[in-house]
Design a protein around this ligand. Structure first.
Ligand code: NAD
Length: 320
């Protein structure tokens, strides 16, 4: 049974609420703050998973199928909401390299369209972004990304997210929009689309294929459970200072090779059952988040702290 939490908001619009991260946030709000009504706006693109919010009470959540780029729809939908949490995005780096166009449309134009609606109806806005906007760090660099790190995005995906962050900052500063931004590290957990590294590797092994690993496999990602991400976003939405950016991370750096070996072990495969493939162009070497501002200001800490056990559980629970 979730602990009931009080909310300063009554009606929250969550874009991309049928996606991996957005649905975890919707579930968290509906379970923990039952007085809040959540409207999910999602165009049900290929990564959406209706099952991820299917078990929720129909009184607490309503799904509107539509596009964040549709200004007429937003004009009808946004009034009556007192907060918008903007998750909707094209989110897969590999796809952005093959075809950047949808990333420019949803991530940049979609954010712009939503900002204009939030501004018109004076609605509190929280923008979900990624640590990938900061580019990468060397493996031996003692530093981590902070809220002051310069933007150096590498891929069409991360540059489209960087552009959307800049729009949010400008709307906050120029128009006084009550906005916050969070940049989170790599998420793992249930309902992630099978194109992403952990579910993709699990699905390959289930099919009897070797999972692929880019380059030397030593690229490092900083991991967080998707439910911890959702809890952090709630802290920022309810306690964050307008105009501020917060980094979200759980101090959990692992190389891709380490993650794959965890999966292989959990699924009873030898650690060399790997298809080594040529590195992705522009592949970032390492991400690492210093989330001390979030931890210090809100007393937020991750609940899911045993990465190896959590990933092993996903290996058992992922349906064939
Ligand atoms: P996802 O691809 O699983 O889900 C995206 C959702 O947005 C889908 O349900 C899709 O249908 C919807 N959508 C796409 N285009 C839309 C449009 N034009 N209008 C309305 N809905 C649309 O992505 P995710 O992994 O859940 O990522 C969500 C957000 O979190 C993104 O902004 C991403 O940058 C950010 N983020 C993700 C991670 C991660 O590790 N997954 C890490 C940090 C930040």
């Amino acid at each position: 049974m979730a602990v009931r939490i009080a909310s300063p908001y009554k009606n929250i619009l969550v874009t991309g609420g049928c996606g991996f991260c957005g649905s975890a946030f919707v579930c968290f709000v509906v379970d923990s703050a039952p007085d809040v009504h959540v409207t999910v706006l999602d165009k049900l693109a290929y990564a959406a998973d209706l099952d991820s919010i299917a078990g929720l009470s129909k009184d607490g959540v309503e799904l509107v199928v539509g596009d964040v780029c549709d200004s007429n729809l937003l004009e009808r939908l946004v009034p009556g909401h007192d907060a918008i949490v903007h998750y909707a995005a094209e989110s897969h780096n590999d796809n952005s390299i093959a075809d950047p166009a949808p990333f420019i449309a949803t991530n940049i134009e979609g954010t712009y369209t939503l900002l204009q609606a939030a501004r018109a109806f004076n609605v509190r806005f929280h923008h979900i972004s990624t640590d990938e906007v900061f580019g990468d760090l060397a493996l031996d660099d003692p530093r981590k990304f902070t809220e002051e790190s310069p933007y150096r995005p590498s891929s069409p995906y991360s540059s489209s997210k960087a552009a959307s962050d800049m729009l949010v900052r400008a709307w906050s500063r120029t128009y006084g929009l009550k906005a916050t931004i969070s940049n989170c590290c790599n998420n793992y957990g249930p309902h992630q689309h099978s194109e992403k590294f952990i579910p993709h590797s699990i699905a390959c092994i289930q099919r009897g294929e070797r999972p692929k690993l880019y380059g030397d496999g030593l690229n490092v990602r900083d991991w967080i459970h998707v439910e911890d991400h959702a809890r952090a976003v709630w802290s920022i939405l309810t306690k964050g200072a307008v105009g501020e950016t917060y980094l979200i991370g759980a101090n959990c750096e692992h190389s891709n090779l380490e993650v794959l070996r965890t999966i292989l072990k959990a699924m009873g495969q030898s650690e060399d059952y790997v298809d080594w493939v040529r590195d992705r162009p522009g592949h970032d070497r390492r991400y690492a988040i210093d989330a001390s501002k979030l931890w210090r200001e809100f007393g937020w800490t991750p609940i899911h702290n045993d990465f190896t056990a959590e990933v092993s559980r996903l290996c058992c629970e992922t349906p064939l």
